[in-house]
Every structure is written in structure tokens, then in C-alpha cells.
Design a protein around this ligand. Structure first.
Ligand SMILES: O=C(O)CCC(=O)C(=O)O
Length: 308
């Protein structure tokens, strides 16, 4: 084979970046990257200012991002599902959690696909990032603090490194000094694997009114706080990961295809009806979104998988 045919002179194959570009753009033609339309409605200058703080501190607290009606609806839909307490100190033996939100609570969607959050994720993770998990968390009075942890620590790549996931915790109730507000160690996202939280490390509580959100990098040390307030603290958390990583919750099991077909473009992409170009995440050699339209039965034989 001469140079032209084996691609040695082809500009698309000169660097690993140009190969990625070719794989992403040329092979994944029909459904390559999709971005959130809603995220483009957020003022880029605002996102830039918050992004700088996020990269410096490892977290930001943004007040009043969800209207009271959305909080009420979430509370009402969550109530019937709040039964069991956690099975260990991490889940919290006086903490109630609801998993499988995209199947169970439509009221959770506006939190999970919040345009401001997606605008940040567009800067932090690669296109077609995924929802790794989402939960309603009700820390009941008498609950001790959750052990501090980092959310992306189970991906076995040494730190310090860029985050592989990003998380939100939305306050459905006011987060106060004594009702379990999320605790974070500022700037701990820069720590290496050899450093663990110590008593002398500064800790901040995300004290914020209902409807606000703490957004933090997957490398930041944090945890649910101790609740000795006499009342419960209701929250919704969503975590997002790079599109080439395994998600924590397997939404292809916990969300029916029938439900997925009714969701927004953003939710479908976040759940995994999307690819990391050119074809990671395909189904039957086709873009997985086709499974929601029922046209996956007859793959064409003449196209590369993800372009079909
Ligand atoms: O409930 C909170 O404030 C944080 C919860 C958390 O970090 C977790 O469960 O992983």
C-alpha cells in the first residue's frame, strides 16, 4: 500500500487530535455531539465568572435557581417514595434516599437538566456527558455527618487530575447551620491521593435558602452534614460524568424505554441515548436514540455504525 492509501499523508491522521476529530466528525455524522439548547440561554459572562470560582475553590453556591413551584412539585412527588433509611453510614442510617429518579419523579427533570448546570458541564466535561446518578436525599434529624468523600474516586486514575465527574446538590428545604447542609473542604479538589481530610482543614457548610444549589467538582472532598435541628433536610443531587465512563446508576435498567421516549432531548442524552463519537454507546451498530424511535431493527450495511 502506498503512503496515500495507508493514510500516512492524509492530514486527518497526522496527530491524535486530528484522528479524534476525524472519528468524531466524519464517522459520527448523523448523531455526533448534541448540546443543550437551553444552556445557550445562560449569560456566558455569568458562567465564566462562576467557572473561575469553581476551578479555584472546587465548588460554587448559586442561590435561587429553582422557583418555589418546582420545589413544591418535587416535594409532593417525592413524599410517597420516602420510606426506607440507608443501609450503612455512607447512605446514612437516618437518611432516606430515592434512586431511579428519571423513572419515578418527573418533577426531578428540571433539576437534572437545569440550564445553568448544563452550561457549566459544557465547560467541564466532554460533549455528550452523562448523568451518573441522581437521588433525592432526606437527612433526618439525629443523623450524624456522612463520611467525607470525593465523588469520582472510584475511577482508578491518580490525583491530582481534572475531575471526571461533577455534582450538584439542590436545597429543597433551606440548608441551615444545623440541619445537614452539605459540608465541603475548599480547594481540596487539588489534593493528591496521599492527602486525606484532617481536623485542621477548613470546612464550609453550604448554608443556602431552598431553591439554591451547590455545584462541585468530582475531586472535591465533601459530604452530607450532621442534622441536629429537629427537622428533616430534603435535597436533590445529580452527578454527571465524562461520556466514556461507566455511570454509577444503570439507567438502561432503571428507566424503561417507554419512559425514556417521552423525555426531553437533554434528558435522553444524559441517560445514555447518545454516543461518545464515533461509536461508544452504540446499540446494534446504530445510534442508541434510534431504539427510542423503534427503527433499530434493520441496520444499513453500508454505513459506519454511529453514522446510521
Ligand atoms: O446530602 C448531601 O448534602 C451530600 C450527599 C453526598 O455527597 C452523597 O451522598 O454522595
Amino acid at each position: 500500500m502506498n503512503d496515500a492509501r495507508n493514510g500516512r499523508n492524509d492530514p486527518r491522521f497526522q496527530t491524535i487530535d486530528s484522528v479524534r476529530e476525524y472519528m468524531g466528525r466524519d464517522l459520527a455524522r448523523t448523531h455526533g455531539f448534541t448540546r443543550s439548547e437551553a444552556a445557550t440561554t445562560i449569560d456566558p459572562a455569568l458562567v465564566t465568572a462562576q467557572h473561575e470560582e469553581l476551578m479555584r475553590e472546587g465548588f460554587i453556591v448559586v442561590e435561587d435557581v429553582v422557583p418555589p413551584e418546582a420545589l413544591e412539585r418535587l416535594r409532593a412527588e417525592a413524599q410517597p417514595h420516602l420510606g426506607h433509611v440507608g443501609r450503612n453510614s455512607f447512605e446514612g442510617e437516618r437518611t432516606q434516599r430515592i434512586y431511579g429518579l428519571p423513572e419515578k419523579l418527573r418533577a426531578a427533570d428540571p433539576f437534572i437538566e437545569h440550564p445553568l448546570v448544563l452550561a457549566h458541564l459544557d465547560r467541564l466535561l466532554r460533549p455528550n456527558y452523562l448523568l451518573s446518578q441522581a437521588q433525592v436525599i432526606n437527612i433526618m434529624s439525629g443523623s450524624p455527618a456522612q463520611p467525607l468523600h470525593i465523588d469520582d474516586g472510584f475511577y482508578p486514575f491518580p490525583r491530582p487530575r481534572p475531575p471526571l465527574s461533577v455534582a450538584t446538590v439542590f436545597a429543597i428545604d433551606d440548608f441551615t447551620e444545623d440541619n445537614g447542609a452539605t459540608v465541603a473542604i475548599p480547594r481540596s479538589h487539588r489534593w493528591g491521593d496521599d492527602r486525606l481530610p484532617a481536623a485542621e482543614d477548613q470546612r464550609v457548610k453550604a448554608v443556602m435558602p431552598a431553591g439554591s444549589c451547590i455545584l462541585f467538582l468530582g475531586t472535591l472532598w465533601h459530604g452530607g452534614g450532621e442534622n441536629h435541628s429537629g427537622a428533616s433536610r430534603l435535597a436533590l443531587t445529580a452527578q454527571y460524568c465524562e461520556p466514556f465512563l461507566r455511570k454509577q446508576e444503570n439507567y438502561f435498567v432503571s428507566v424503561s424505554r417507554r419512559t425514556a421516549a417521552t423525555l426531553s432531548e437533554d434528558m435522553q442524552r444524559l441517560l445514555g441515548y447518545s454516543i461518545h463519537p464515533p461509536f461508544m454507546g452504540m446499540s446494534n451498530g446504530m445510534h442508541p436514540k434510534r431504539a427510542l424511535k423503534g427503527d433499530q431493527a434493520t441496520p444499513r450495511r453500508d454505513a459506519s455504525p454511529a453514522s446510521r
